[in-house]
Design a protein around this ligand. Structure first.
Ligand code: ATP
Ligand code: MG
Length: 319
């Protein structure tokens, strides 16, 4: 019977998904920080590939491809249920592979239910508002996945490393004191708690590339004509502030990793591994929402039956 076959197929698909979720959860769990109090960046090796070795690269790529298929079906349910939204935040030093990870992991999903926003140095209009203003305008609507390529976390990173950016914000001077960063940590935690309580599930990714690998990638951008456009002289200036950035990242993760908005500190020297961990964490995030298609009530079922009858009657009469 079609009905039995369908439910059997569904059970099978469900079992496969559960297995995939369990596998990917195991892979990405070691990089998930839900309580940052004892977090130390030096404990995360950017060249780590977890239980996988370079010879597992092809296998990992296949698993990611399967994961992306599963992600597409989870996103379909998220969209149909129209209740939860998912916000994915990506932060990293230049050339850590943010763009590639976003492109790769999101490659199979329906663009209708996903929006990406990139946050660059703020415009004059943006500087006229509080720093969350520009990000709030891009929060995902229910049923959708929103991706932030950089975010309000820049306020705790680049703005902290370059105090001149803080001057540009023209805050009342009495508010700019030594407590400003702790206050911002508190505000960001509160904001993310608020979003979560409004049905936006948050996952944050810091793609942790090493100083040496960044240099290698910069040289590749300089030496490959097709990659020249990716290079910006500012990238070299920021590289000179590496220790300040690492300290700022560590502080940020310590202060803003929470059970409801965890940070994934993802080793980023091997792109194939970074993508496997990010894909796994996104699948895990969606699976943890226990999504389901909306239940069809008796009125809707009667409407569907009537539509079916009309369609078949029209077929008989050739109309
Ligand atoms: P890519 O280099 O891969 O194209 P990107 O995200 O580095 O992507 P860029 O245009 O190179 O994009 O850089 C954007 C710059 O804007 C970064 O240096 C970032 O630190 C800076 N930026 C983002 N938000 C703020 C902010 N609130 N205040 C000051 N600078 C910011
Ligand atoms: Mg850049």
């Amino acid at each position: 019977m079609p009905r039995t076959r369908l439910s059997y197929a569904r059970i099978l698909a469900h079992m496969k998904l559960n297995k995939l979720v369990a596998e990917t959860r195991k892979l990405c769990q070691p990089y998930c920080v839900t309580d940052g109090r004892n977090f130390r960046l030096k404990d995360v090796d950017p060249s780590d590939t977890g239980p996988l070795r370079p010879e597992d690269k092809a296998h990992a790529k296949k698993t990611v491809a399967r994961g992306i298929e599963a992600l597409a079906s989870l996103q379909d349910t998220l969209y149909a249920q129209d209740s939860w939204a998912v916000l994915l935040i990506f932060q990293a030093m230049d050339a850590a592979g943010k763009d590639g990870a976003i492109k790769h992991v999101m490659s199979g999903i329906n663009p209708q239910g996903c929006q990406v926003a990139s946050f660059k140095a703020p415009s004059a209009e943006e500087l006229d508002h509080d720093y969350l203003w520009r990000c709030q305008k891009h929060l995902p609507e229910r049923g959708c996945i929103g991706i932030f390529n950089r975010s309000y976390y820049e306020e705790l990173l680049v703005v902290r490393v370059h105090p001149e950016f803080l001057d540009k914000q023209r805050l009342p001077p009495t508010l700019v004191d030594k407590k400003i960063w702790d206050n911002r940590f508190e505000d960001v935690r509160g904001f993310e708690r608020y979003l979560t309580r409004n049905g936006i599930a948050i996952r944050k990714f810091f793609l942790h590339v090493s100083h040496a690998e960044q240099e290698r990638r910069f040289l590749e951008r300089l030496d490959t004509p097709e990659k020249n456009w990716k290079f910006s002289a500012a990238d070299i200036t920021e590289r000179q502030h590496w220790p300040e950035y690492m300290a700022a990242y560590q502080d940020m993760i310590r202060a803003t990793a929470t059970p409801w908005a965890p940070w994934y500190v993802v080793p980023a020297d091997h792109k194939w591994f970074t993508r496997a961990v990010v894909a796994g964490a996104v699948i895990d995030a969606l699976a943890s929402l226990h999504l389901h298609y909306p239940e069809v009530g008796s009125a809707k079922r009667a409407e569907l039956a009537a539509a079916r009858k009309t369609l078949l009657a029209a077929k008989k009469t050739g109309r």
